[in-house]
Design a protein around this ligand. Structure first.
Ligand code: IMP
Ligand code: MG
Length: 177
């Protein structure tokens, strides 16, 4: 059990369970992208730890670029404009795998897909360590999933609660009090 700010969390996935599944995902991706130009796009901040461990388990040549979604108030009708910051890899005609920590409603991933459309990638797929199917409202399910989990708040292994908890090597679930 751990405490972050005002909340208590219990272990949900141990470090070993997480790393075992990361090894499986690495092996699966290495087999499926063999012989292809592969570029990973890791979405900061939450995916930094997953991206690091996943890439150690990729056995074929690949590139990685770290990108961040920004949002700011604009003057269009939706009131919000999103940009993908830091995309300096040339992804034209390459196969892109987006690395996410968690897909919850799926809205972030939908936005990333639409922002990448103009870049002419050969394919764009999503590898998310965690997926909450009960919260999902997106257009496309993530293609590679570490764990499908219940709709409860989790922290650790890159995921935060008010910016705390990213350093934890296991994944913890909010304890309902
Ligand atoms: P989505 O757009 O709803 O899929 O949300 C994606 C983002 O919300 C993730 O990249 C996380 O930053 C954050 N998020 C969603 N659920 C959790 C959670 O249980 N713990 C920590 N962050 C979360
Ligand atoms: Mg995130």
């Amino acid at each position: 059990m751990i405490r972050l700010n005002d909340r208590t969390f219990d272990v949900f996935l141990s470090e070993e369970e997480v790393l075992q599944q990361v090894r499986n995902l690495g092996a699966q991706l290495s087999a499926e992208y063999e012989g292809k130009e592969l570029v990973f796009l890791a979405i900061l901040n939450g995916s930094f730890m997953f991206a690091s461990d996943l890439l150690k388990n990729i056995s074929i040549p690949c590139e990685i670029s770290f990108v961040k979604m920004s949002s700011y108030s604009g003057t269009n009708s939706r009131g919000e404009v999103n940009e993908l910051l830091g995309l300096n890899a040339d992804i034209r005609k390459k196969h892109v795998v987006i690395i996410e920590d968690i897909v919850d409603t799926g809205l972030t991933i939908d936005k990333i897909h639409s922002l990448l459309e103009v870049h002419g990638a050969a394919s764009v797929k999503v590898c998310s360590l965690l997926f909450k199917p009960d919260a999902f409202l997106g257009k496309r399910n993530p293609e590679y999933i570490g764990f499908s989990i219940p709709n409860a708040f989790v922290v650790g292994y890159g995921l935060d609660y008010n910016e705390k908890g990213r350093n934890l090597s296991a994944i913890y679930q909010l304890k309902e009090s």
